[in-house]
Design a protein around this ligand. Structure first.
Ligand code: C2E
Ligand code: MG
Ligand code: MG
Length: 590
């Protein structure tokens, strides 16, 4: 009886019963009928009360009562059965099959790798018949093909081939069913990530790729045993499992206890493998929260647990809201790129510290959303930079900036303009060529343009990025390293790049006048940069004291609110004229 329970569990887990016919199985049944030259063949699965045909040739009905069917005997004994004449066989003379005029039966078992008989592949005829040994061997081969097909579907379907647990697809389907039956019920989905990436990699390195399989199988076994028959464990990612918490538990209390409970549950697996689990718990309302969103929230919570170095994290709706805002901002920004009235560039003067003259400006992107108002680049640029929209964005900025340079040139305003580009731009194979083309189209000399790349962007630079930078430098475009000092790179490394300018990040400049340590840092940054032939620009100069110190330290240029805030294009020429006059005045007085 126990075996029968296990056998039925194995059969039901395959989710084959009551599924539509499929050519992959029908092909095998047709071959069986042909080999035996018989009118009937079937792939018959033995359920608790019926024989159900996954595939059949020559029969109308799809089920038979389990009782009295020869296939039942094959499934229960896991052995082939040949009945030369049903009418003469005391076991089957009164069976439904015999009543339909069937006389001959030959069936071989369909056996899972774990040894469970699922049913039989059988051939039937309307007259008495015997079989030959080659015929039975052929039937055995065909049965093996049926099993391969079942395992294939299984692997591609709803059961994870490694753990044997229902997979992510099945969880989503079950959550849908759950919503149908228990709409409005509030439950918790628990996601267990069994090991850290470095632990997996380490294990793989030492023990090979079977390591992960073993770890998963062991963990699945523990989890399955702990949850019992009433609750299902799902295998939802390479090393991630999920299950539903019991109804009516308190979120916080349950999450709190889960950590220590899980430690006990996974103890055997833990004894064999070095692993640190992280658990995410996501509350949801059945029928209200979409199953995919529930799972995503649980994943996110487990990730948060990992990054915060705690065992369990309850999904917070706050991080969900932040996620949603990022998502909607990205879409709104993509739309803004196609409109003419939301995006514009503003320009912040760059001052030569020795002479006080304005030599150039930095173009900075501004976005005025019709409903949200001004969205700062510090919020939207990092989001945009994670997507392919960054290409269009930089293209828009470069076009606008270079067109503006051309307009200033016509008005005899001689300036150099800096434009910020993103790391991903350097991976566009035609990036350098496009920049050159834009310069040509607007008849702007390449040395009027400077491109700013953040230190972190050039750090992970590819061969492609290096080529792009070299092409740009060769045609005369200046290259600057932005936010210098924030990326922990050495100047010696940066020296391999064809960059000429270093922009010291504002975080070092902000407290320059008050903090001796910052002054020391900036002094050594300037010294090193000069030693390597760089021109140095300081960002974020807000006070005259900071400007004075920078001048003293030999910093060439500065940019900051002390001199000017970023301004509209049409205001810049006027500002420069005023500044030039003031500088001339200062010089005269001096
Ligand atoms: P960034 O390139 O380092 O630009 C300097 C930022 O510092 C600008 O912020 C500027 O307004 C601000 N700033 C200038 N002087 C001062 C000062 O004295 N004090 C303070 N506290 N801040 C000052 P903004 O315009 O908000 O831009 C922020 C960042 O967004 C930029 O940093 C840059 O990384 C990025 N960004 C802006 N426009 C673009 C663009 O067109 N393309 C790309 N890829 N990134 C851009
Ligand atoms: Mg910049
Ligand atoms: Mg900067």
């Amino acid at each position: 009886m126990h075996d029968e329970t296990e056998r039925l569990r194995a059969l039901h887990q395959l989710k084959l019963l009551d599924t539509p016919a499929s050519e992959a199985f029908d092909r095998i049944t047709r071959m069986a009928a042909q080999i035996f030259d018989l009118p009937i063949a079937a792939i018959s699965l033995t359920d608790s009360d019926r024989q159900w045909f996954k595939s059949r040739v020559g029969v109308e009905h799809q089920t038979l009562p389990r009782e009295g069917a020869p296939c039942t005997h094959v499934a229960e004994t896991n052995a082939a059965l040949v009945v030369v004449d049903l009418a003469e066989d005391p076991s089957y003379a009164a069976s439904p099959l015999a009543a339909q005029g069937v006389r001959f039966y030959a069936g071989v078992p369909l056996v899972t790798p774990a040894g469970h008989g699922l049913g039989a592949l059988c051939v039937l005829g309307y007259s008495r018949r015997t079989v030959t040994a080659p015929e039975m061997r052929a039937l055995d081969d065909l049965a093996a093909m049926v099993m391969v097909q079942i395992e294939l579907q299984h692997a591609l379907g709803r059961i994870d081939p490694v753990s044997g647990l229902p997979n992510r697809r099945q969880l989503i389907e079950d959550l849908d069913d759950f919503a149908r039956d228990h709409g409005g019920q509030r439950r918790l989905l628990v996601l267990v990530d069994i090991a850290r990436d470095d632990q997996l990699n380490q294990g793989r390195r030492v023990m090979g790729s079977v390591f992960v399989d073993d770890l998963v199988i062991e963990s699945a076994r523990q989890l399955y045993a702990a949850l019992g028959k009433q609750r299902t464990a799902y295998h939802v990612g390479a090393t991630q499992f999920a299950f539903l918490a019991p109804a009516d538990v308190d979120d916080e209390v349950y999450a709190l206890h889960l950590g220590s409970r899980l430690k006990a549950i996974m103890s055997t697996a833990r004894a064999r493998f070095v692993m640190t689990s992280a658990i995410g718990v996501a509350p949801f309302l059945a029928g209200v929260t979409r199953p995919n969103d529930v799972l995503r929230a649980a994943f996110a919570a487990a990730q948060d647990a990992r990054s915060d170095n705690v065992a369990v994290r309850l999904h917070s709706t706050a991080s969900d809201a932040a996620q949603a805002r990022r998502f909607s901002l990205l879409h709104a920004f993509e739309e803004a790129l196609g409109q003419s009235d939301q995006l514009r560039l503003v320009y912040q003067p760059r001052i030569d510290l020795a002479s006080g003259q304005c030599l150039g400006a930095e173009a900075l992107l501004r976005w005025q959303h019709p409903r949200l108002g001004d969205v700062p680049p510090s919020e939207f640029i990092p989001i945009v930079e994670q997507t392919s929209i960054v290409r269009q964005t930089t293209r828009w900025v470069l076009n606008t900036a270079i067109a503006q340079l051309a307009a200033w040139g016509k008005a005899n305003v001689a300036l150099q303009l800096s434009v910020n580009i993103s790391a991903a731009n350097l991976d566009e194979p035609d990036f350098a060529a496009r920049v050159q083309l834009t310069l040509l189209r607007h008849r702007v000399a390449a040395d009027r343009l400077e491109l700013e790349i953040t230190e972190s962007a050039v750090l992970g630079n590819s061969a492609m990025a290096q080529t792009q930078l070299e092409t740009l430098a060769a045609c005369g475009v200046r290259l600057a390293i932005d936010d210098f000092g924030t990326g922990y790179s050495s100047l010696a490394y940066l020296q391999r790049l064809p960059t000429k300018v270093v922009k010291i990040d504002q975080s070092f400049v902000r407290d320059l006048a008050d903090k001796a340590s910052d002054r020391m840092l900036v002094q050594s940054m300037i010294g090193l940069s000069h030693g390597l032939g760089y021109r140095v620009v300081a960002e974020g100069v807000e006070t005259p004291a900071a400007a004075a110190i920078l001048r003293e330290l030999g910093c060439e240029e500065a940019q900051g609110y002390f001199f000017a805030r970023p301004m509209e294009a049409m205001d810049l020429a006027g500002w420069i004229a005023g500044n030039d006059a003031a500088v001339a005045g200062v010089v005269r007085v001096a």
